[in-house]
Design a protein around this ligand. Structure first.
Ligand code: NAD
Ligand code: LMR
Length: 440
């Protein structure tokens, strides 16, 4: 008999949950599911999403056991995988992450610069807590984590839970690889073999081949030099994203040998980006007024009507990488993924203990890294600065150190001076009371 898997979605109240649940159903011939459990520490928020998912599942896959809870024992007992997408502090805190730096002309973004640092200080504890619950109640399970800010979370989990079964992965390179496959005339990113190095939201493709070994870099480079990345119809569709994809052209121009991750725009053009943002209406507001409103109103409608038919509930086609990753472990498929893993020589001329984003082969026993060799001076210089920011944040969280966090903010390429870093830090401390450890 084929094995069927039990999956817990941590952050059950996330706007991404319905799309993930439907995607799991759609992919169930590749990855059979026996149970889906939602877990969230905000039961009120989760109830709306979960009740709607429950109705959908009853109507479309009654054989799958489904439940939702805020009780860790119930959520994490006898499961095989945890899919973690939590946002500690939710959108109310994302808004502050973005708006506080912008008051001082500094990039306000949830994962890059000061916003990502503030968010990281909140996320570390939340992700560790879920990892600990999983290990207590299902020691054999694996956690697939795509909670942000992934770089800081990966550094913290590696340092504080080095033996844990956690894979940290990001969907941005996946979206960009889909776009590049399209540019090269391929149907899917799976028809490409890539070389990539960097930190999360801070990396570069340096090789792209098709399955026959033909070099696709020239055609992709020519396209990006002219247009940036194309905008897709389904994912990352808002205007702010269209700007990001287009701006890849300017980011690319700085090093035409490699293809950059889109998030590099925040580090390479911090002042230009900040000047173009509205300090009163940031990405958090865009998501609150857009995706969040839409998903919650669809869920409420399903609950009111008692049926999901005609609701427009959709599977998140771009999240199928999560099933690919879970299958890689469950079925030892040895597929390649970009993961955030300890360097230990994979990038030869870069700090061994850094958490880097590189291609890995994933199977039953975890991952094997694919060496990326030596990297150029420009990327190495940028990465050294940024990895120091990330390490100092984790130091600050562990030690409760104001000094280290001030150093982290000062070192961020997006912050102009130690004085501005201090002003932002002091406001962040006020805003994050109850979320951050106390800093002395
Ligand atoms: P959201 O606010 O809609 O949902 C997050 C949920 O997490 C909320 O319901 C919240 O109550 C819950 N939560 C917060 N702290 C928790 C804790 N300690 N334990 C359990 N649940 C907790 O947020 P969202 O926009 O859906 O984003 C969720 C996460 O996914 C974020 O970290 C976001 O950055 C990340 N994300 C990752 C990727 C990626 O591929 N790396 C892509 C998009 C979003
Ligand atoms: C974004 O800003 O688009 C990302 O944080 C993911 C999302 O849609 O919230």
């Amino acid at each position: 008999m084929t094995q069927k898997y039990a999956v817990t979605v941590a952050g059950g109240g996330s706007t991404f949950t319905p799309g993930i649940v439907l995607m799991l159903l759609k992919e169930s011939s590749r990855f059979p599911i026996r149970k889906i459990m939602l877990y969230d520490n905000d039961p009120g928020r989760q109830k709306v999403i979960a009740e709607a998912c429950g109705i959908y599942l009853r109507e479309n896959a009654p054989e799958i056991e489904f439940g939702y809870t805020d009780d860790p024992r119930e959520a994490f007992t006898e499961i095989d995988f945890v899919l973690a997408h939590i946002r500690v502090g939710k959108y109310a805190m994302r808004e502050k992450d973005e708006k506080i730096p912008l008051k001082y002309g500094v990039v306000g973004q949830e994962t890059c610069g000061p916003g990502g640092i503030a968010y990281g200080m909140r996320s570390i504890g939340g992700v560790l807590e879920i990892l600990d619950y999983m290990e207590a109640y299902s020691p054999e399970a694996w956690m697939l984590n795509y909670s942000n800010p992934a770089a800081i979370v990966a550094e913290a989990t590696h340092r504080l839970r080095p033996k844990s079964k956690i894979l940290n992965i990001c969907d941005m390179p996946i979206d960009l690889e889909e776009k590049m496959a399209g540019i090269a005339g391929l149907k899917s990113r799976k028809e490409m073999q890539v070389g990539y190095y960097g930190l999360n939201h801070f990396g570069w493709w340096h090789q792209i081949y098709d399955k026959a070994g033909n070099d696709l870099m020239p055609v992709i480079r020519a396209y990006i030099a002219e247009n940036g990345f194309p905008v897709s119809a389904e994912q990352h569709v808002d205007d702010s994203w269209a700007h990001t994809f287009k701006m890849a052209r300017e980011v690319y121009a700085i090093d035409p040998e490699t293809i950059p991750n889109t998030y590099l725009k925040y580090y390479l053009f911090p002042y230009e980006i900040a000047a173009g943002l509205d300090p009163e209406y940031t990405r958090a507001n865009e998501v609150i007024d857009g995706r969040e409103k839409k998903i919650f109103s669809v869920c409420r409608e399903i609950i009111e009507k008692g049926t999901s038919s005609g609701s427009g509930f959709e599977a998140d086609a771009h999240a199928t990488y999560i099933v690919d990753l879970a299958r890689a472990i469950a079925e030892n498929t040895l597929e390649r993924f970009l993961l955030i893993v300890p360097n230990e020589g994979a990038i030869e001329n870069f700090e061994r203990s850094a958490m880097v984003e590189i291609p890995c082969i994933v199977g039953k026993n975890g991952y094997e890294k694919i060496c990326q060799g030596r990297i150029p001076r420009f990327q190495k210089g940028m990465m050294e600065q940024q990895v120091s920011v990330e390490k100092l944040v984790v130091d600050a969280w562990i030690e409760g150190s104001y000094q280290k966090l001030w150093q982290a903010l000062t070192l961020s390429k997006t912050v102009p001076s130690a004085a501005v870093a201090k002003i932002i830090l002091d406001e962040f401390i006020q805003a994050n009371q109850g979320y951050w450890p106390e800093l002395t």
